[in-house]
Write a protein that binds this ligand. Structure first.
Ligand code: PCA
Length: 325
């Protein structure tokens, strides 16, 4: 009798708080602030939902490789995921708007860009059964090279690490050979000679120990491309209303926290690179001028592709940032 009672007393709280377990696929290493933020999001959500939703984060493409993450989310193979939004540029130009060089260069400008693109981007995803939860930019993008670069001519013919169609286009316009390499595979790609130059943020340069295979870091200060964190809409709707609310609240907190973490990394990561021996020279006016010209070409091409939808969003953005190109 006593035993039965004890068993019932233990079983009751467990039964009352039925727990849902979700797997979440992400593409980036645990050392990246984006992944730290995703893990904090999962922890917050577990607390806010009173333990009703427990998300296991599978980082660094360990569950699903970066290029397949979005499709896996859409088909419901995983209920939650994080991926780099501009990877979807070939699907719809709006997704890669944050990867047009020199369109939104500061955090304030990136914030305006996000404010004007959040609604149309959320709609595009929701038509595909995907719910956008939050989005956070990576810090400023930079070139990492073995030799000094005074102008783009110094990079001609180099095998440049790129991460999506938009950066491949940039690499091609620069006269380099674009080579897609996922972030966790960067060190191996350098050591096997697949790439000899790369393109990424200071933060990813830290987490991939860029000083072990490059010597020069040139921050472009040209754009802040974003990751997004998403849920499969069907899986989201199956959650009880209070857990759905907990998810939206945790997402809001994660977005605010992530933007702050990103801005901090934008300052701190280059210091770590410098301490480890990378030269942090500014880009020469010539190099910068050449890159700006390429940025103009990419914006013109983008407007061509994006048609009226794109023009509308750019016009809206320019109301907030009149100096934007
Ligand atoms: N890091 C990721 C995306 C952009 C960035 O800064 C990468 O290099 O793949």
């Amino acid at each position: 009798m006593k035993r039965t009672l004890l068993f019932a007393a233990l079983a009751l709280p467990l039964a009352a708080a039925a727990q849902t377990k979700w797997d979440m696929a992400t593409a980036y290493a645990d050392t990246e602030f984006q992944t730290r933020n995703v893990r904090l999001f999962a922890e917050d959500l577990k607390k806010l939902s009173g333990g009703k939703l427990d998300i296991t984060v599978h980082s660094a493409g360990s569950l699903i490789k970066n290029p397949e993450i979005k499709r896996s989310l859409q088909t419901g193979l995983v209920p939650a995921a994080e991926f780099f939004m501009s990877n979807l540029g070939p699907e719809n130009p709006l997704f890669e708007m944050d990867a047009i060089p020199f369109l939104a260069v500061t955090y304030a400008e990136a914030r305006h860009l996000w404010n004007v693109t959040r609604a149309p981007i959320t709609d595009l995803f929701s038509k595909q059964g995907i719910r956008l939860l939050y989005s956070v930019p990576w810090p400023s993008q930079a070139f990492y090279t073995k030799d000094p670069v005074k102008s783009i001519a110094d990079l001609k013919g180099k095998k440049m690490r790129t991460y999506n169609a938009q950066t491949a286009r940039l690499a091609t316009l620069m006269g380099t050979i674009p080579t897609t390499v996922q972030a966790p595979e960067i060190p191996q790609a350098f050591s096997t000679g697949i790439i000899d130059t790369m393109f990424t943020s200071g933060q990813t340069g830290v987490s991939t120990r860029s000083w072990e295979y490059t010597k020069f870091y040139y921050d472009t200060g040209a754009w802040l491309p974003k990751n997004g964190v998403f849920a499969n809409e069907g899986a989201f709707r199956k959650l009880p209303a209070d857990v759905q609310k907990a998810m939206l609240d945790a997402a809001k907190t994660a977005e605010d926290r992530g933007w702050k973490m990103s801005e901090e990394q934008n300052v701190e990561a280059p210091k770590v690179l410098g301490k480890n021996g990378l030269r942090l020279d500014p880009m020469t006016p010539q190099f910068l001028g050449e890159l700006r010209k390429i940025g103009d070409t990419m914006l013109t091409d983008w407007l061509e592709k994006a048609k009226d939808d794109g023009r509308k969003v750019i016009a809206e953005y320019r109301k907030h940032v009149p100096a934007a190109r």
